[in-house]
Design a protein around this ligand. Structure first.
Ligand SMILES: *Cc1c(COP(=O)(O)O)cnc(C)c1O
Length: 393
């Protein structure tokens, strides 16, 4: 049953690739070390590729968690009294609203039922009739519901009505398609420990020209550490491979970032996205074989980076220690509506490239279900996974 190395299959932090692990584990470099500067500069360049932001996108790499990126978004883009719209698909959208309110924004939320994404027409109606709005905020994949919103129509709508579009990609970036330049998104941010596949500790974001201009036009300056204008010269210097300093970067994590982004881009971003999509489809086939239902209501709104599943009748969170006893850690429910009735399995980033990790996870879930009295066939679930993984791209 339990294998020697337990697998961490929660929606972040995730298992690391050997290359990332080695890069993160080397003795820390100083912030003016030429090697660190090179890694920082390359990471900036590679972020533009992973974000598909084009040359005008401005990456920022800050020490902090994903919530810091949310704070930075609000601090640079929102002034007291600004009207903003939050597309609320779960727990992290709730957090975005809370942060925006602390910045004295006037927040309007569009909140569909749990497991659904809102219709674009309803959002258009609010934006055109209850405005003027400054920005639209959406969570690309909400980690509490497993719901993925369609960013492209939201970006295009925001452009059409002349407002900014901001996406929390913390559970999505590098795992779900996002074409920042082509769709015209203004800000897309993530954290290092999710689909990017590093240890926790970096807030990563790319701001477009309109977002930077919105910061420029502010009456009041944001807190220093959150301020894009304070960080711009630092990031420009690093990109020109020159030393610079505002606050000490997380140098070990920057070394890991250089490697992690290179691995994501190794065969092209498209190949990574396809591997991720195939892994997710195979996991869904396994859940179906186990007769597990998911919280997202349709295929269109179901994320590829994680599965948010409902416990079958008669089974509760007591399932989780039984999964853990099989050497795989998964996460409990997070969204208040399904906190006691759902559990969450991350399958993003490096883990999506490892069929053996996926198989161990399916085996652990199937075995734990069977032990809990569910009438399931673990072999059928593994076979469903494997035929899903064998589907050509
Ligand atoms: C994890 C997560 C966050 C918060 O990131 P932290 O690193 O925990 O601060 C925000 N948004 C989404 C969608 C997430 O999945």
């Amino acid at each position: 049953m339990a294998t020697s190395t337990p697998l961490l299959m929660i929606p972040g932090p995730i298992e690391l690739s050997p290359g990332v692990l080695a890069a993160a584990a080397a003795p820390p470099l100083g912030y003016v070390s030429p090697r660190l500067i090179e890694a920082f500069g390359r990471s900036i360049e590679r972020m533009r590729e992973v974000w598909r932001s084009g040359p005008s996108g401005q990456p920022f790499i800050l020490a902090g968690s994903g919530t810091l990126a949310m704070e930075v978004a609000a601090a640079n883009l929102v002034e007291p009294g600004d009207k903003v719209l939050v597309v609320n698909t779960g727990y992290f959208s709730d957090r975005m609203t809370a942060i925006l309110r602390r910045h004295d924004a006037e927040v309007t939320e569009v909140t569909p039922r749990v497991g659904e994404a809102p219709a674009i027409e309803g959002i258009r109606e609010i934006l055109t009739q209850k405005g003027p709005f400054k920005a639209l905020f959406a969570t690309h994949v909400d980690t509490s519901t497993g719901v993925r919103v369609p960013p492209e129509p939201l970006c295009r709508l925001a452009r059409e009505v002349g407002i900014l579009s901001v996406f929390d990609g913390v559970c999505a970036t590098a795992g779900e398609r996002f074409d920042m330049a082509e769709w015209g998104a203004d800000l897309y941010f993530t954290a290092s420990q999710k689909a990017i596949g590093l240890p926790p500790g970096l807030a990563l974001m790319v701001a477009g020209e309109r977002a930077l201009a919105a910061r420029d036009a502010r009456k009041n300056v944001p807190p220093l550490y959150l301020d894009w204008e304070a960080w711009l010269p630092i990031h420009r210097a690093y990109e020109e491979r020159k030393p610079s300093y505002l606050a000490t970067p997380a140098t070990s994590l920057v070394m890991a970032l250089e490697t992690g982004l290179a691995e994501i881009l190794e065969n092209g971003l498209e190949a990574r996205l396809e591997t991720q999509a195939r892994a997710a489809a195979a996991m869904r086939a396994a859940w179906k074989a186990l007769r597990l239902r998911a919280v997202p209501k349709t295929k269109e709104v179901t994320a590829n980076t994680l599965s948010v599943l409902l416990f079958p009748d008669g089974i509760d969170a007591g399932l989780l220690p039984r999964i853990a006893a099989r050497g795989v850690t998964v996460a409990g429910g997070l969204h208040p509506t399904v906190k006691a009735t759902s559990f969450r399995i991350g399958h993003m980033g490096y883990t999506a490239t490892r069929p053996d990790y996926l198989r161990r996870t399916v085996e652990a879930v199937a075995g734990a279900l069977k032990e809990s009295g569910a009438r399931v066939d673990p072999e059928e679930a593994v076979a469903a996974l494997e035929s899903g993984l064998a589907v050509p791209a």
